[in-house]
Design a protein around this ligand. Structure first.
Ligand SMILES: O=C(O)c1cc(C(=O)O)c2c(n1)C(=O)C(=O)c1cc(C(=O)O)[nH]c1-2
Length: 245
């Protein structure tokens, strides 16, 4: 494929983006309960918290200073320059805006095993993969501005109980995601010139789409169907809290 055709093939993968998952649809169509929104926010914090760690893994594996210099910005976007700044802090403010405490989100007690396994698969992939493959896996961000905008456009009207301070994260990502995407796209369009490398990258993008979709499948089971893990034996959150090395 020419670079333009390859870019189009990558963009076509947007058909599988999690914006089309029924759990997401329910959220922006105003059909989500308070507990469903809280569950999503608390579980998604686990994804957010692993983003700077996967970007650090990409930096660690990348031998090119000019790529690292630009990629570094992603870490700072999430971690901020100081305490109280950055995307992770903004997500914690979203958590508070939907009625969760920081402590319960940080404790990861809400994080469903299926969500944890999906997110861990992403982080572990980026640790082991060639830096370009790992960088390519971030390209679901091609489709992210639309999803952040869909929340900004619909949530305030459907969920007036969510405090306005919660929306800062989505707003800040609109511009940041565009910038990340133009850098990520430039890298893959420059380096993937053969059919084999292009197909490989399309498969990697599908892997990442699978991760995002699978996270929402786990949340659907728990918060839509009322079938969280072990529901047949206990109403408590019995699942493990993660095993850090
Ligand atoms: O809210 C979303 O639906 C959504 C999706 C994605 C994505 O497509 O991976 C990211 C984000 N948000 C996001 O906020 C973010 O910082 C981010 C970084 C990355 C990445 O893979 O490097 N994806 C995403």
């Amino acid at each position: 494929m020419t670079p333009a055709e390859f870019e189009q093939a990558l963009r076509d993968k947007g058909a599988c983006y999690h914006i089309y998952h029924p759990f997401h649809r329910a959220m922006y169509e105003g059909r989500a309960s308070r507990e469903q929104i809280q569950g999503w926010v608390a579980n998604r914090f686990y994804y957010q918290s692993r983003i700077p760690r996967k970007d650090a893994a990409i930096l660690a594996n990348c031998p090119h200073p000019e790529v690292r210099r630009k990629w570094l910005q992603r870490l700072l976007d999430q971690d901020g320059q100081e305490d109280g700044e950055g995307g992770l802090e903004a997500w914690l403010q979203l958590a508070e805006a939907v009625g969760l405490s920081r402590e319960e989100v940080l404790s990861e007690e809400w994080v469903l095993p299926g969500v944890r396994f999906a997110v861990d698969a992403y982080l572990n992939f980026t640790r082991r993969a060639h830096w370009l493959d790992a960088a390519g896996s971030s390209l679901t961000e091609l489709f992210a501005p639309q999803i952040h905008q869909s929340r900004l456009s619909s949530w305030p009207q459907h969920y007036p109980w969510i405090a306005e301070s919660g929306y800062r994260y989505f707003r800040s990502r609109l511009g940041q995601a565009q910038r990340d995407v133009s850098h990520g796209l430039q890298l893959v369009l420059e380096h993937c010139r053969t059919q084999e490398s292009q197909q490989r990258l399309l498969n990697i993008l599908q892997f990442k789409l699978d991760i995002l979709w699978s996270m929402l499948d786990a949340m659907s089971m728990a918060y839509e169907l009322g079938r969280p893990p072990y529901h047949t034996v206990s109403a408590e959150r019995l699942w493990h809290r993660g095993i850090e090395p």
